[in-house]
Design a protein around this ligand. Sequence first.
Ligand code: HAS
Length: 550
Amino acid sequence: MMGIQDRKPAIANIIVAYSAFLIGTFCGLLQVFVRSDALDLPKWLDYYQILTAHGVLLALIYTTFFIFAFFISGMSKALGTFGPKVRQFLWLGFAVTTIGTILATVMIISGKASVLYTFYAPLKASGWFYIGLALWVVGTWISCFALVGHYIVWKKQHKGQLSPLFAFMTITTIILWIIACLGVVATVVFQYIPWAFGWVDSINVELSRSLFWYFGHPLVYFWLLPAYMAWYLIVPKLLGTKVFSDSLARLAFILFILFSFPVGFHHQLTEPGIESFWKFLQVVLTFMVIIPSLMTAFTVFATFEVSGRKKGGLGLLGWFTKLPWKDIRFTSIFIAMLFFIPGGAGGIINASFQLNELVHNTLWIVGHFHITVGAPVAMTFMGLTFWLIPYLTGRQLTKSVQKLALIQILTWSVGMLLMSTAQHILGLLGAPRRTAYAGYNGHPTAMEWFHGILSNHVTMAVGGTILFLSAMLLIYIVCNLLFLAPTATQLAEKVEFPLAESDTSNTPKFLENWWIWIGIAVLLIVMAYALPLSDMIQHAPPGSKGQITW
Ligand code: HAS
């Protein structure tokens, strides 16, 4: 059992995560009502203000704080109790990240930062919003260094040994996060903050967006990899089997370090300021970053089949019926995986140069990220939440809460299916993303977006409403598990952190030689970005003044 001193920072992170989740999902409900013309916001509330809050609080804050709660819990479980120094830095990192979050959120709520979660220039927020973002990043770095410190202590005590798979995957994700953040810190600190406080009067827009997207695509893998850790390590434990292949799992994670960074231009394929060659190169590399996800799909299938056959599953698909469907810790993650099949396929469509012309800046992209972040990632985090909180608080995961959790997962699935399908179809019909209304003064094309059962804003609103109700049920479950559920006194009532065995006997030791992988990643980054970024700096067009359109 994790020591209470280690559990507290994890619980603190979970409380901030679900506070952000509560506000962010409420904003999402308002959005779908506005988009379906069912709601006019009061004068003092701007659509882009709630859209910014929705994106920042869910995509950036909920994910980050939950991920650190998961890492802290798992690293304590896998490598042993934290030393006092590590724990101090975990608390310091949590404090700085929280201060940054509060500062950015106050700027959004006070109407001084309706710039959306990608905060594209020349939209200009208050300088304090950008300082909040910078503090949020620095705080996560402090937490990262604390966990790396814990890992180094373990490695010193276990010379020549491969680290446990959970630790290896955590360190991989931390390396990816720190290298990715260099881009967003560079643009926020050296471009946005001086510009927002008026120390310089213009900003190089193309450079700021390119540095953001250098960060923005690996950001999605910062969200995805903790979910993959659950797929590789926790699902096999729930299935009563072990990790399918330790070396394949480690290789898949290393491929994310190599290929997550040189691909950001695939978010900028329609932008005029980048030469086609560099876009083409980064699209090719994007198809490389798909490979570790396909390796993951193979591993997950194999794990299911091995465990199902061990339980007597016969014939081609008999193993399928032997999976633990009544265990909400498994079913939630299984449904999360299912969503990732179309979610990932949609990513491949987005990355295709020609098809991107059709879908970019439409609701299709919004549909894509709701079935990537909003389902595989978020539903895996929900599935982890159901046992992680009782594990941390020493409370029980009662039968009644398990039943509520199943209802919550099923309603989330239905709501997400409706909303995201409508968004994909509306996007193909040409409906743009990030617009406060959809009627366009009754234009015939826009009116098309209100017809057809699965291709209209009303379906999106129905799906969004179901999602909101499911989110409120989840908040109740979280509060119950944190504060109300009975304390587990008997051994049988205690909730364990399910970590599967992983056989490292055939795993090559060089997989854990981080400097090789960091070196190759840096080479790929230089190859993909050095020339186009230097061109954006040397041949910069006149910078842009700030636009405050709200
Ligand atoms: Fe994406 C835009 C391309 C994955 C999130 N993406 C976004 C945005 C977000 C986002 C938030 O190329 C919007 C940003 C904004 O606001 O503008 N995306 C990709 C590609 C992948 C990808 C190639 N995206 C993600 C993930 C996300 C995420 C993961 C969050 C967690 N995305 C793009 C592009 C754009 C984009 C362009 C810009 C579009 C534009 O023009 O603006 C790949 O990583 C996808 C690889 C994954 C697969 C699927 C593998 C399937 C698996 C599950 C198998 C399940 C099993 C279960 C086996 C190929 C691993 C068992 C099942 C049984 C039936 C038994």
